[in-house]
Design a protein around this ligand. Structure first.
Ligand code: KG4
Ligand code: ZN
Length: 342
């Protein structure tokens, strides 16, 4: 089965194509256009601008993705279904993808599979360039840390389609914390990559920022207190220089990653999972990846993290989620849901 996935929930416009052979998934193509450049000058995403750019990019991105499938340009492509993100996300952006997917579904007479964007991030962990032996694929039960600009969630997954949310953020998401703290210390948007880069030259122990809820039994997270602590600290600084910024970045990054890693490991031990899966934009953070690989190399738990290009929004992850959770519905019933949870 070949599935074409469309992703337009935030500032990316992306189309990916995957083929499912048995329980194997093979990546055929993945094209991403982003308007991040425009937003980084504004310090955050401007929804109206993002959607207008997506209207421009949608067809060229689709054409480019299809050009990887033989004979697809002038005839109905060899595609069995269309998958599309229907939420959560920005309403104008989601509509660009949904309307495109519906049109293709009618034109080509192909089933339409709506996909939850967050599950798309999870399924980026099943995207491989080549078929893998089962030992190299995520094993259940799996614990999934979803860390993006809008989410920080811990999911316990027992099988495809069988998952439970065991914890989530009570206020800001991890990516949001990176973005807001970056702004406070004078770094550009998106904050995560900027903080990671500055942190390379800073001392993570220079300032001890709080690790909210780290010792609490629940698997919930909270990052707004950390943001306030950074704000308070910054307001006491008389003169900013490069080193102060790097120390602030390294110390704040250490606090965020510490909480994410410790709480995830505690949940992994409690639920005796076979794999830990990282997903979402923050999963490309090197400190996060390194700390988990140290833990997993010393335990029996397998670690999975998508290639960095697949941690951020992309169409292939949407197609992958649909391949393992194949529930087509009539196009008339597909609508956007900007507030969708799980
Ligand atoms: O998953 P994503 O692309 O979009 C959403 O669905 O939200 O995640 C974007 C988030 C942003 O908050 C960005 O700052 C963060 O991911 N991010 C990072 C890194 N790269 C992206 N956070 C920490 N370290 C990184 N290297
Ligand atoms: Zn995302």
């Amino acid at each position: 089965m070949i599935i074409l996935g469309i992703e337009t929930s935030c500032d990316e416009t992306s189309v990916g194509i995957v083929e499912k052979k048995g329980d194997q998934l093979v990546l055929k193509s993945n094209i991403v256009a982003t308007s991040l450049q425009i937003h980084s000058q504004n310090g955050g995403i401007i929804p109206e601008l993002a959607a207008r750019e997506q209207v421009k990019y949608m067809i060229p991105v689709l054409e480019q993705a299809l050009s990887q499938i033989p004979n697809s340009k002038f005839q109905i492509p060899k595609i069995d279904a269309i998958a599309v993100t229907f939420g959560p996300g920005l309403i104008g952006s989601l509509l660009v993808g949904i309307e495109t997917a519906k049109t293709l579904s009618i034109l080509w007479n192909k089933p339409l599979v709506p996909v939850n964007h967050m599950l798309g991030h999870v399924y980026a962990n099943w995207l491989f360039q080549q078929p893998q032996t089962s030992i190299l694929k995520p094993q259940f039960p799996a614990l999934i840390l979803v860390v993006s600009g809008g989410h920080t969630d811990l999911l316990l997954m027992k099988a495809h389609g069988d998952y439970e949310v065991i914890g989530g953020t009570r206020d800001d998401a991890a990516g949001e914390a990176f973005d807001k703290i970056a702004r406070l210390i004078g770094l550009p948007y998106p904050g995560g990559p900027a903080i990671q880069k500055a942190a390379e030259k800073g001392n993570p122990k220079a300032i001890h920022f709080p690790r909210p809820l780290i010792g609490e039994k629940s698997y919930d997270f909270s990052f707004s207190g950390l943001k306030t602590a950074v704000y308070r600290h910054v307001s006491t600084i008389k003169e900013f220089n490069n080193l102060t910024i790097c120390d602030l970045a390294a110390s704040a990054q250490a606090a965020i990653i510490d909480v994410l890693v410790k709480k995830t490991i505690r949940a992994a031990e409690k639920y005796d999972v076979k794999s830990i899966l990282l997903s979402g934009g923050v999963a490309s953070n090197d400190l996060l990846r390194n700390q988990f690989s140290v833990y997993c190399s010393l335990s029996n738990v397998m670690l999975f993290a998508p290639q960095k290009a697949f941690c951020t929004d992309n169409g292939a992850m949407v197609a992958a989620a649909a391949a393992f959770n194949y529930h087509p519905i009539p196009w008339q019933e597909v609508t956007v849901n900007p507030q969708l949870y799980y």
